[in-house]
Ligand binder design. Structure first.
Ligand code: PMP
Length: 409
């Protein structure tokens, strides 16, 4: 692929010009949230200036326009991830809500003692905590597919755990801590061979690689707008239509019903059945604009750019000699992020030194506490990349290590 024109991409992000103490920000915290390009901000601003109204097909012109845009955004998302129409696209608040929606609407009703929920040791708390708590309420057991020494899933262990007792397999597509790209089609096939469902957490996948939910064949697939150049406050839950049709709603209220009497209620069509109350309308407009913007660049090219940056960061950090890196080496098995520790320096101290250099990275357990326990460290520092990042920015990150060594090691 032809490389990205990073300079003109950066011109659409005024925030990247911000300076602190005379130094321009180096934003390497994209796994937490990505920055928002002008066309997305403009689309949302235009919506509020010219089209704002509540949806659900009000009779007046503005409500009709808002409804068309909100509904149309579902179509655009469906096309983007190759779902079979808007019925399979539920707008949520974020990935976390997608996990909870399925855990409550399906898990709480369907799981029972003797059922197994199969997760991976690299699950984000969004899925790990949710299924753990639903399992407690239903008597189901949770088992975790082991992560091996290279930061990849032990697929022999996966084959052991995904047997006829397995009811659902929930796996992260790209780990937000290890960077590992998991074989989600294989996991889904295993689940289906044993009549189990599959839920894929795509929070770190959809922003930076082409994702085709039909090809993966996952039953459910979730992601967040704010990690893909879109706004906060909106996420997507994809679900296979027949499953969503069978499921009871998770939240109740206006906009999701067909008929209500004092005694009982019936539910509206998909996807509205799962979207009660006033939804994130401007955010849906922003998400659609983000998808247009990403596709304007090309998801294959974005993936290539991120793989290149991750491999470069991995190699540069590895060459330092006193940096421990978690997860697979750079290549097709790693998404655009690198978590690491500098010998003798706590991740929070290192990250604070990085901030003195206006390099924005994240310290902590990245919502994967059990995985950090397994790695034997309380925390790590994570650098995560997006379309606007450059090798020079990674050089700045590596240069800041020296200060940390002098101060702390
Ligand atoms: N899963 C993964 C893999 C993530 O990286 C994140 C965000 N850190 C989430 C789930 C949760 O996303 P959100 O906070 O948008 O719900």
């Amino acid at each position: 692929f032809e490389g990205l024109d990073v300079e003109s991409i950066r011109a659409e992000f005024p925030i990247l010009e911000r300076e602190f103490d005379g130094q321009q920000v180096v934003y390497l915290d994209n796994a937490a949230t990505t920055q928002t390009p002008d066309p997305v901000v403009d689309a949302m601003s235009e919506y509020y200036r010219r089209h704002n109204a509540n949806v659900h097909r009000g009779i007046h012109h503005l409500s009709q326009e808002a409804s068309e845009r909100y509904e149309g955004a579902h179509d655009r998302v469906a096309e983007f991830v190759n779902a079979d129409g808007r019925e399979e696209i539920i707008f949520t608040k974020n990935t976390t809500e997608g996990e909870n929606l399925i855990a409550y609407a399906w898990g709480l009703n369907e799981l029972e003692a003797g059922d197994r929920v199969v997760l991976t040791e690299m699950e984000h708390h969004a899925s790990l905590v949710t299924w753990q708590q639903i399992a407690k309420q239903t008597g189901a057991e949770v088992e975790y597919i082991r992560v091996d020494d290279t930061g990849r899933l032990d697929m022999d262990h996966a084959r052991e755990l995904i047997d006829d007792d397995a009811a659902i397999v929930s796996a992260v597509h790209v780990s937000n801590t290890l960077g590992t790209v998991n074989p989600v089609s294989e996991l889904t096939d295993l689940a289906h061979e044993h009549d189990a469902l599959s839920f894929i957490d795509g929070a770190q996948a959809v922003p930076n690689r082409p994702v085709d939910v039909s090809e993966i064949d996952a039953d459910f697939y979730a992601f967040s707008g704010h990690k893909m150049a879109g706004p906060t406050g909106i996420g997507v839950l994809y679900g296979k239509r027949d499953l969503l049709e069978e499921m009871e709603p998770y939240l109740y209220g206006g906009g999701m019903i067909r008929k209500v009497t004092f005694e009982d209620s019936t539910w509206g069509d998909l996807p509205w059945k799962f979207e009660p109350g006033t939804p994130p309308i401007a955010e849906a407009v922003g998400l659609e604009a983000a998808i247009d913007w990403l596709e304007g660049i090309g998801m294959e090219r974005i993936q290539a750019h991120e793989e290149e940056l991750a491999a470069y960061a991995y190699d540069r950090l590895e060459a330092e000699g006193d940096v421990e890196i978690y997860g697979p080496e750079g290549g097709p098995d790693r998404g655009g992020l690198v978590s690491f520790n500098l010998e003798g320096v706590h991740a929070h101290d290192l990250t604070s030194i990085m901030n003195d250099h206006t390099v924005a990275v994240r310290a902590g357990d990245h919502c994967t506490q059990p995985l950090h326990d397994k790695l034997g460290v309380p925390a790590s520092t994570r650098a995560s990349f997006y379309v606007y990042n450059t090798r020079e920015e990674i050089d700045e990150l590596v240069a800041a290590l020296d200060d940390a060594r002098q101060l702390f090691a």
